[in-house]
Design a binder for this molecule. Structure first.
Ligand SMILES: [Fe+2]
Ligand SMILES: [Fe+2]
Length: 262
């Protein structure tokens, strides 16, 4: 894995980050705010507002595997903390509370603690993919300009985080190709759709209130999961040398493939 490329990426990504103008008057209707605010409060806690580090029982073994790994993990979680800061500004703007516990966050942390660092990294990757779907729908239907600007910043960071995971997995030889890869893809999709459903359970009301829909959200989730698998296939193929993949992704199903924009 090209560590210096990613250390440079995180340094570059700290530049040119216009802060949303939190001081503009709030014009969001009360009935929308009633659904939006609890969602933002929970996201502030889940997206960097809790322990901003790997917390699996064996996490230290992974973090300390190389000095560069420790640096990259710290840079990644520093950006997650920044998401909690931005979300905290949005919560304050709308008169919400900075909550410190929620059942979904407790379950999320418990799964990460007991599962081992390899699976924790997958949990975090899937969380980033389904959160990307959430932030995309939130940005598309946002009733508030600073909130839109906040979503754009977070989406920019998350695109980098997802690409970092892809590089990490490709470097470790995690191919989605062949029989073993097909089994990996199956569990990846099942876990991804389960994570998406947990998110929808808590945040669907918010996305509906601002004009989004369940169909729109799950379309974004599927696109994110497909894009990740297809780009991992492309990244890993030169490494594995497999020319006849068990699973051949259908490129036409994935809009803007290869373009990891927000
Ligand atoms: Fe985040
Ligand atoms: Fe992230």
């Amino acid at each position: 894995m090209n560590y210096s490329k990613w250390i440079a990426h995180f340094a570059r990504n700290r530049r040119d980050r216009p802060e949303p103008d939190w001081s503009v008057p709030v014009t969001v209707r009360p009935e929308i705010l009633a659904a939006l605010l609890p969602s933002l409060e929970q996201f502030r806690l889940g997206d960097g507002g809790g322990p901003a580090s790997l917390i699996a029982f064996d996490a230290e073994r992974y973090r300390s595997s190389t000095e560069e790994t420790r640096t990259l993990v710290d840079l990644w979680f520093a950006e997650e903390k920044e998401h909690a800061r931005l979300l905290g500004c949005a919560v304050d703007r709308f008169g919400g509370r900075r909550i410190t516990s929620h059942w979904s966050f407790t379950a999320f942390c418990l799964c990460r603690r007991v599962s081992g660092v390899r699976f924790e990294l997958q949990i975090l990757l899937l969380t980033e993919l389904v959160s990307t779907a959430y932030y995309r729908v939130l940005r598309r239907h946002s009733p508030d300009a600073p909130l839109t600007a906040m979503c754009a910043l977070i989406l920019r960071d998350e695109a980098g985080h997802v690409a970092f995971h892809r590089d990490r997995l490709a470097a470790a030889g995690r191919s989605p190709l062949g029989l073993d890869g097909a089994l990996w893809q199956a569990q990846f999709w099942v876990c991804g759709l389960a994570a998406a459903t947990v998110l929808w359970t808590s945040h669907g009301r918010c996305l509906r209130a601002i004009g989004g829909s369940r169909t729109e959200y799950y379309r974004e989730v599927r696109n994110e999961l497909k894009r990740f698998v297809v780009l991992l296939c492309r990244a890993v193929e030169p490494v594995t040398g497999i020319r006849d993949p068990f699973y051949q992704p259908r490129k036409q199903l994935i809009p803007n493939i290869g373009k990891e924009t927000t």
